[in-house]
Ligand binder design. Structure first.
Ligand code: G1P
Length: 282
């Protein structure tokens, strides 16, 4: 069984309405934590997990994302031989190293639908998914690298990242119930998972955050997944049907995650990054 992950899907077609008015003209994935846009943190995390093929599931208004990962010759000429040239080095290195594909999600029909949209660009292989709203940092292996390592031990399983959240917040997430794998303190065989449950129905306080390793089997499952009451196809529902045959593992990752899909989490991320940056440069 092939257990190397070569592709990462970034579902980035959403309108980011929580961040209006800035998201009228700027994709929310281009909002910066300090000077780097969220999408670049996500791409760097994928690259750090040995993935070189980035698949953006996008829409017609989000050209800025593609532009960000293309060389900008005018700006490069402008900063050449100045101390600012270095500021472009990271993103230029990414542009050289990685292959970017863009596919349009024509209708906003949920995360499951967004992931299914990437199907033509995925061979019979497992792949990663990063939701760039969830910005993750860790001093050791990145969250995705932790997950791809776990996947190698369980190549017929999908892996979802989870963290404990306060009970008052379970209704914002996919929530899982599972049983620790033998000899593990952080990986659970998932028995149940519910998308955005009411507190009274939540199976635990282990919430899914935006990192997934999915086997190719997810596409056949997604094709048969019913839309929910909001007419959205949820990846959580598709995963639940794989969980019924023991094929989903939830992984409590090491690291810190910022919910940059909310203004509060986004501002918090900027605060924490700023503190680290200015401490190290002063
Ligand atoms: C999505 C998923 C949800 C998950 C969350 C993580 O929800 O549907 O299961 O917990 O991402 O950020 P969204 O935040 O897109 O509504």
């Amino acid at each position: 069984m092939m257990c190397v992950i070569n592709k990462c899907v970034f579902p980035v077609a959403g309108y980011g309405t929580r961040f209006l008015p800035v998201t009228k003209a700027i994709p929310k994935e281009m909002l910066p934590v300090l000077t780097k846009p969220l999408i670049q943190y996500g791409v760097e995390e994928a690259l750090g997990a040995g993935i070189y093929n980035m698949i953006m599931v996008t829409n017609a208004y989000k050209q800025a994302i593609a532009n960000h990962f293309k060389p900008h010759l005018d700006i490069e000429r402008n900063v050449k031989n100045t101390n600012k040239a270095i500021l472009l080095d990271e993103v230029n290195a990414i542009s050289k190293e990685c292959d970017f594909s863009y596919i349009q999600q024509q209708q906003m029909l949920g995360l499951g639908h967004a992931i299914y949209t990437a199907k033509p660009l995925i061979d019979k292989e497992s792949f990663a998914v990063i939701l760039p709203d969830d910005l993750c940092i860790n001093t050791g292996d990145s969250v995705l690298l932790q997950m791809t390592k776990l996947y190698k031990q369980h190549p017929d399983c999908c892996i979802v990242a989870v963290e404990e959240v306060p009970s008052s917040e379970v209704d914002k997430y996919g929530v899982i119930d599972g049983e620790l794998l033998a000899n593990s303190s952080n990986a659970y065989r998932v028995h149940n998972m519910i998308e955005k449950p009411k507190l009274s129905q939540a199976p635990s306080n282990l919430a899914i955050i935006g990192r997934y390793v999915l086997t190719h089997e997810i596409f056949a499952t997604l094709a048969h997944t019913q839309a929910d009451k909001n007419a959205e196809i949820q990846i959580t529902d598709a995963l639940m049907s794989l969980a019924e045959s023991g094929k989903v593992i939830a992984y409590k990752f090491q690291g810190r995650r910022f919910d940059c899909g909310s203004v509060k989490g986004f501002v918090e991320a900027n605060g924490v990054f700023a503190k680290a940056q200015f401490k190290s440069t002063n």
